[in-house]
Design a protein around this ligand. Structure first.
Ligand code: NAD
Ligand code: ZN
Length: 353
């Protein structure tokens, strides 16, 4: 099959591959809609996971099942499915301890476009089809569903991990697709005041639609100064980090958080080897400001629940889609658009059939 790949660090191109063997518990899927992720950019152009040779990119897809293994019970050939970006080994000990995204090794639930071919091809392989694929429910479009598999799942995990009190206050740093999903999650979890730190007009618009109550322009002054001012010096209960850098962001996050609050990171950290936590703002290590983090949750039930959120109109995933392409060969343009990040972009999608 044909796929769009990372040929090596800093180089992409089309490759021809053999359709992978479908194990007894697995499935082979033909994508009908895909979307590139900022993580694909970190992978190819920032060397974030090291070098890879001719690895098909992409981990956000919906599609049609082409083949299933002999032991698969619930998924049939021809089914339309939502494919989570993260496809854990559900029998692994980390999954049994409650951390399926970290199975076999740290970040080991992330397989597509990490250590096996991803979804930017004519076919891709899915491990443990019954546990990892969700049937596409009636009433959900491809472009809505493809926003659930990584963007909503990751951003909403950011808000789930942030211990948001009912009626509490939240700061979201970075309002790309992940941060915007974190805003939607925070609103659904009962936050009253949601401060969104970002600048791009399209993101600001969606942030408000998802429930942000105040926008903070991080280019004007340090975020923590603006948060302290807006909260009469109190700070916020929860901070979700979904963008930014290692020079300012962690300091701003700690300095914005109330004693007893939580900082929840979902950002893919790159650019330096150390995360610097400011000692004094952290109460000399005694402030009860907790730091949590995680990799996007995957699996069937997660996708089913996110789909229910969309279908019951709790929030609209399609608000994240700003650019639409048609045809497999357009995956290349969509990825480069994601790399260039024009001002009016949140997420591009590519319809394939
Ligand atoms: P994005 O690049 O669209 O969003 C990040 C935003 O942060 C941008 O809008 C950028 O302008 C803004 N920003 C830059 N500097 C800033 C600063 N100093 N302060 C505040 N905002 C600043 O990316 P995205 O697709 O929304 O993804 C966000 C991050 O999450 C990426 O690093 C991505 O790789 C990561 N990610 C993590 C997981 C996970 O499982 N934890 C899953 C998917 C994506
Ligand atoms: Zn991703």
């Amino acid at each position: 099959f044909k796929g769009f790949a990372m040929k090596k660090l800093n180089e992409t191109g089309w490759v021809e591959k053999e359709v992978p063997e479908c194990g007894p518990l697995d499935a082979i899927v033909r994508p009908t809609c895909v979307s590139p992720c900022t993580s694909d950019i970190h992978t190819v152009w920032e060397g974030a996971i090291g070098d890879r040779k001719d690895m098909v990119l992409g981990h956000e897809a919906v599609g049609v099942v082409e083949e299933v293994g002999s032991l698969v019970k619930n998924i049939k050939v021809g089914d339309k499915v939502i494919v989570p970006a993260i496809t854990p080994d559900w029998d692994d000990e980390a999954a049994q301890r409650g951390y399926p995204s970290q199975t076999t090794e740290p970040l080991g639930g992330w397989k597509f476009s990490n250590f096996k071919d991803g979804v930017f091809g004519e076919r891709f392989h899915v491990n443990l089809a019954d546990a990892n694929l969700a049937l596409m429910p009636e009433g959900l479009t491809d472009e809505a569903a493809v926003m659930l598999v990584d963007m909503w799942s990751t951003g909403m995990m950011g808000s789930e991990n942030a211990n948001i009190p009912l009626g509490g206050s939240v700061l979201v740093i970075g309002i790309g697709a992940v941060g915007l999903s974190a805003i939607a999650g925070a609103a659904l979890l009962g936050a009253a005041d949601i401060y969104a730190a970002g600048t791009r007009p399209i993101s600001v618009k969606v942030a408000k639609e998802y429930g942000a109550t105040e926008i903070i322009n991080y280019r004007e002054a340090p975020i923590d100064e603006q948060v302290r001012e807006a909260t009469d010096g109190a700070g916020v209960d929860s901070v979700i980090i979904a963008g930014g850098n290692l020079t300012n962001t962690w300091k701003e996050a700690v300095a914005s958080t109330k004693a007893g609050g939580t900082i929840s990171n979902v950002n893919y950290l790159s650019g330096a080897d150390d995360v610097l936590i400011p000692r004094v703002e952290w109460g000399c290590g005694m402030s009860n400001i907790n730091i949590t983090n995680g990799l996007c949750p995957g699996g069937r039930v997660r996708m089913e629940r996110l789909a229910r959120l969309a279908l019951t109109n709790r929030a609209d995933p399609e608000l994240l889609v700003t650019h639409r392409f048609k045809g497999l060969e357009k995956i290349e343009d969509a990825l480069y658009l994601m790399k260039d990040k024009p001002k009016d972009l949140i997420k591009p999608i590519v319809k394939i059939d």
